[in-house]
Write a protein that binds this ligand. Structure first.
Ligand SMILES: Cc1cc2nc3c(=O)[nH]c(=O)nc-3n(C[C@H](O)[C@H](O)[C@H](O)COP(=O)(O)OP(=O)(O)OC[C@H]3O[C@@H](n4cnc5c(N)ncnc54)[C@H](O)[C@@H]3O)c2cc1C
Ligand code: SF4
Length: 328
């Protein structure tokens, strides 16, 4: 499929990029691996593409003791999962990234683009011919959701692998708009709405991700189930981080593929916190996670299947955390 007409802009600084986005509109281009396919399908038709590729200082990985691990938003996924700093400080993140797509896509795709990935739905991610030949769904400008008939909300599911991992690690992101900068916890980025999943203005640029020192070297595990081992989005995924102090052990559990946003499983976490973890409790936590996500509205997979898979992944990830953490 051909691309719609657009003008490609290569600003030399974040400030200039933000100004161009304010003045002309358009879309930010990280690695382009998601945006390109949306443009081919005419689901995005920006007149201007603002590339981050010529801006120095957006691709880096730096660990500083006491500060944590900082990763530039334009850093390719392949560089992150092969970085010795990431493998030492946050191996769970490296493992989550290793599962994404293929080496070619990981070479091009950036961390910023992956945390801002659009949700996916087979009624929406289609060619113009397919969309125009039938009823348009809500996200494509129609009146109702076609996946969950009669609903005036979009249920397209969240499928990025880095977001659950980063939420479990308590990561923050730096967002720049003109001269203004703000830091926010990454889970604040997600709206829970399938048709507008990220809470970020068109002229805001994510420039950096920070994993705090308190999350470095914690025991953590990432698990996902997909139809194929490679080049496939996760059907269900889970990131579990286990923060142990002398007094108590706290878990953070975040599921992907079950909602339009990565979902923190607070009730399941509460079941585990302060307890001695054994196989029985891990099994109970898996069952609790399956209940906590409730009925999942998905076109391809029955809700019960996804919940059972999630339960098994949660149980397995918890046991991996209390064993040596970060195990495969
Ligand atoms: C065949 C295939 C399989 C895939 N499998 C997986 C998978 O298993 N798991 C998974 O997680 N992903 C998967 N992906 C998605 C892939 O990881 C994403 O396409 C990629 O991470 C997006 O990164 P990018 O830099 O190319 O983003 P782009 O396509 O450049 O941008 C994506 C979105 O983010 C915005 N954006 C990009 N960078 C910034 C920034 N710094 N600040 C603000 N906005 C920004 C863009 O405007 C756009 O809206 C797959 C993709 C393909 C094509
Ligand atoms: S979940 Fe419904 S509204 Fe959202 S993209 Fe799919 S069909 Fe469209």
């Amino acid at each position: 499929m051909t691309l719609p007409h657009f003008q490609y802009l290569e600003p030399k600084s974040v400030k200039e990029a933000s100004r161009l986005l304010q003045q002309r509109g358009g879309k930010i281009w990280g690695g382009g691996t998601d945006l390109l396919s949306l443009m081919r399908m005419r689901l995005e038709k920006p007149l201007f593409i603002v590339s981050l590729g010529a801006i120095p200082g957006l691709s880096f990985i730096r660990y500083q003791k006491g500060q944590g691990l900082r990763i530039g938003a334009f850093t390719p996924l392949a560089s992150i999962c092969s970085s010795s700093d990431v493998k030492e400080q946050c191996p769970m993140l490296a493992k989550a990234i290793e599962k994404i797509a293929s080496p070619q896509i990981r070479n091009a795709a950036t961390l910023g683009g992956n945390i801002l990935l659009d949700t996916k739905c087979p009624y929406y991610n289609q060619s113009p011919l397919w969309i125009e030949s039938g009823e348009r769904c809500l996200k494509a400008g129609g009146d109702q959701c076609l996946a969950v008939r009669g609903q005036d909300s979009c249920y397209a599911v969240w499928s990025s692998d880095t977001a659950p991992a980063l939420i479990a690690l308590g990561a923050r992101i730096k967002v720049t708009q003109g001269r203004q900068q703000r830091w926010l916890l990454i889970d604040r980025l997600y709206t829970g709405l399938g048709d507008r999943p990220c809470n970020i203005a068109a002229d805001e640029i994510v420039t950096e991700v920070l994993i705090p020192e308190s999350s470095c070297r914690v025991k953590a595990a990432y698990r996902r189930h997909s139809q194929r081992d490679v080049i496939d989005f996760p059907v269900v995924s889970v990131a579990v981080a286990h923060y142990s102090t002398k007094k108590a052990a706290d878990f953070r559990i975040v599921a992907g593929g079950v909602d339009p946003a990565p979902k923190r499983l607070l009730r399941t976490e509460a079941l585990l916190n302060g307890q001695t973890i054994d196989g029985n409790l891990a099994r109970q936590a898996g069952a609790a996670a399956a209940r906590e996500v409730g009925p999942i509205k998905d076109v391809f997979y029955p809700s019960r299947f996804k919940r059972e898979v999630l339960g098994a992944l949660v149980e397995d990830a918890i046991l991996a955390c209390v064993a040596d953490g970060n195990a495969d």
